[in-house]
Structure formats: structure tokens, C-alpha cells
Design a protein around this ligand. Sequence first.
Ligand SMILES: [Zn+2]
Length: 338
Amino acid sequence: MPSVRKTFDQSGFGGWPRRTIVAAMVALLLLSVEASHAGWLSDVFKGTSKQAKQSPSPKRTAVPKPAASSKPARVAKPAAAPNRRTAKAVAPRAAAKPSVSKTVATTCEPSKFRIVLDVGHTAQSEGAISARNVSEFVYNLRLTQRIEEKLKAEGFTETKLLLTEGKARASLVKRVAAANNLPANLFLSIHHDSVPKKFLEDWEFGGRKSRFSDRFSGYSVFVSSNNPEYKASLSIAELLAKEMKAQGLKYAEQYSQPIMGRYQHPLLNKETGVYSYDKLIVLKKTRMAAVLLEAGSIINRDEELQMDSAERRDIISSGVVAAIKEYCDRRWGILGPL
Ligand SMILES: [Zn+2]
């Protein structure tokens, strides 16, 4: 919101002593950081004390630390949101050439683009169970961590991996609140797919009775037309699905078919696999562009093996990063800097 910044910059502060102004600004900054981050941090940096079980390759790298103990942790994450005004107010003059003040940047500045990467489900409510008895939460966490790494490496430093705890529904509300409080510019929820119960078949894996369905496979991308930023959501969804396809992946076509019963959804893009899923809480209650990616099926025995590989995680994260870069550039060109 450039207009907010402009107002703040031009307010002038009359004839106040300079030192008082600076002190007041610092105080304001500290206050706003405290106020706006309390909720965010408690939601985001809780981590999972009880990790989900049975990962086939349990690499638990860089799971955000529990927030319980640590105040200092929050300082390490100076969010762009509350700081923007202050940052601009503290150091505007050196660069301020009147002639360029109206120039609108047309390329994306990743460091100002705030992304929430939502890890689908929780350690307590793990989502689907794979053909080899691994919880969806484990898959979601590993893939989201890889996406986070790649985004940060590309300069999207304001990327937050969102881990929530507790039961399914309550966790959805927490996710939405975390994203809205930041506020994020983009909310991306990461999941892995399964099938309705009626499709499940029995087999044995690792000496245990297990269930699978090789009938369906593929990724899918969902948006909600109830999201207040629906156009933007659709735009990033289209880019994301296009990138998934460009990576050689195939989308899950079954969601458009009546055989899916209540899981049938309108297919918005036949080429790339964007679906409408209006009622999803995390997509409709978030107040920024919001998209949910089902990265692939873990109930399909072949596809589960692929989803378990670092190569597939790399392919998917590269697609996600490419889509976000493209989206960031596009919205920047239209709306100007954040
Ligand atoms: Zn899920």
C-alpha cells in the first residue's frame, strides 16, 4: 500500500527535536513488532514436539524451533510488514530525488514479497496415510522445507514455513489467522493426495496390512472463488499448474469426474489441472492470494516412491519457485511495489 507510506513520510513532525523523533520512531517500531508478531510467532514457530512417525527417510532438517522458550527467535525474523513504514521513514532522504519519486518499479523485489508456506495437516492430525504407511504430514513437511530453501535462495527472504499443531479444524483457523496477521502476500498450502475410501485395496507392506490405490495419480492445484483476492489466486494457480506441467508432471484428472462423489470439483483449466474448491477454509478465509497444491499421490504405489525422492521434491520446488517469481513480477508491474 504505497499510499500509507506516502502519508507517513510526508507527515513532517513539525518542529520537534530530531532526537525525540528518532526515539519515538524506534519506540513505535518496537511496539508494532511486538504487537503484530505475538500471534504470528506463537502459531508459526511452534514446531512439532511429537513428530509424525514412520518416515521412510526421516530427514528432519531445519524444522522451526518451538517458540515456547524463545523471545530472541522473533528478532531473527524481522518481518517486512510493520517495518516498512519505519524503514522508509528512517532513511528516506539520501536517496530521495524528487524526480524519481513517482517511478513505479516494474520488477519484483523478492525480499519484500511475503510468502506463507503452509504445511498441510499437523503431527496430531496427519492427513492421508500412504500406501507404505507414512503420514501425509511427513511428506508435506519435507516438500515444504525444500520449497522454502529454494525460495530463500532466490531472494524471497520473507518466506515463512507455517507449522501448526492440534486437531484438524482448529489448525485451519490458526493457519488463516497466521497468514492474515502477517499479512502475507501469498498463501501456499502444500499437500499430498489420496483417494476416497471406496477405491482403497489391501496389500501387505513391511509385514503390515496396508492399503493402496494405483488407479489415480498426479498433482492438482486448487483455488476458491470465495477468496477476496480470487483473481490473484487464480493467476498464481495458473502459473503454478503451468510450471508443474512444464516439469513433465501430469495432473490428477479424476477430480472432474462424477465417480469422485463429494470430492468432485469444477476443472478450471483442462490443460494444466487447476480446480475450483470454494469451501476450503484456508483458501476462502485468507485475505491474500491463496492456492493449495496437491503435489502428487502417496496412495498410488509407484507415485509414492517418486514423491519420496529428493529428485521429485526438487522438480516440484523448482516449479513452485518459477511460478512465484513470475507472479511476483506480474503483480509488481500492475500494482507497483508492496
Ligand atoms: Zn492433505
